[in-house]
Write a protein that binds this ligand. Structure first.
Ligand SMILES: Nc1ncnc2c1ncn2[C@@H]1O[C@H](COP(=O)(O)OP(=O)(O)O)[C@@H](O)[C@H]1O
Ligand SMILES: [Mg+2]
Length: 249
């Protein structure tokens, strides 16, 4: 099969005595967009960190299957909520960073950087510094930097959550196009149900902390319109159930 899929089996994680993920088993199919939604603090970033190998799970396993496409220089890349750009590098310098030492020629580096700057609408800002850019532009740099290696798996951690609503809507459309064209396996974490409904091929709904898989929804286009409402009901039910448990002691 083309592309890389991920499989998580029985993943649990604690910070000190605090359990944040409880027995999470999950399939992330190749070449599709898997959204992970759940309330703040339920362990979404931890889960993404475990998928990306940044965090070693307390128990359970993460498996990668499949092969990388031609031109792919990096199996996994991240897009972070806070952009995480290097302030001392220009836009092109930030985007090209991952290509340095990747075994591609200078000319090829330049070509790839120019290409992703073009598709992210940043060509005119190649020489600008991160501090000169708006939040929305910074996150365009964030996604350009992730796409430049043609990743097999693209992990996105609330990439739009630091932006105002208008910028978020605009960038959501840009991201939808870029993600579709990249062909990458995408895991996109958000607490924003509209984003999940707009972008996802499947949506994994996590419970409140400790995060457990509450539902996995396969999205078909006919269902997309009502999906945010459906997700909202699931999450509200979960909150109500947690309150009942508390009340019963
Ligand atoms: N490095 C850490 N040490 C201790 N607690 C942490 C650490 N990272 C996150 N947590 C806690 O674990 C819980 C889950 O965090 P996180 O995975 O960031 O959730 P989410 O991304 O869903 O908001 C939160 O209560 C958070 O405060
Ligand atoms: Mg988070």
């Amino acid at each position: 099969m083309k592309g890389v899929s991920l499989r998580l089996v029985g993943v649990c994680h604690d910070y000190g005595g605090l359990r944040v993920l409880d027995d999470v088993s999950l399939e992330v199919p190749a070449g599709r967009v898997t959204m992970v939604v759940g309330p703040s603090g339920c362990g979404k970033s931890t889960l993404l960190g475990i998928m990306g190998g940044l965090i070693r799970p307390g128990s359970g396993r993460v498996m990668q299957e499949g092969g990388m496409a031609e031109g792919c220089l990096n199996a996994l890349t991240y897009v972070f909520q806070d952009f995480a750009l290097l302030p001392w590098r220009s836009v092109a310098g930030n985007v090209g960073l991952a290509l340095e030492g990747a075994g591609v020629s200078r000319a090829e580096q330049g070509r790839r950087v120019a290409e992703v700057l073009e598709v992210t609408g940043l060509s005119a800002f190649a020489g600008a510094w991160p501090r000169q850019l708006s939040g929305g532009m910074r996150q365009r740099v964030g996604i350009a930097r992730a796409l430049v290696v043609r990743p097999a798996v693209l992990l996105m951690d609330e990439p739009l959550s630091a932006l105002d609503a208008q910028t978020r809507d605009l960038l959501l459309e840009v991201f939808a196009g870029l993600i579709a064209r990249s062909g990458a396996t995408v895991v996109y974490v958000t607490h924003n149900l509209e984003e999940a409904a707009r972008l996802g091929d499947r949506v994994v709904v996590l419970s409140r902390r400790p995060g457990r898989v509450r539902a996995v929804i396969e999205v078909d286009e006919a269902r997309r319109g009502g999906l945010a409402g459906e997700l909202w009901r699931l999450i509200r039910e979960d909150a109500a159930a947690a309150e009942r448990e508390l009340a019963c002691g």
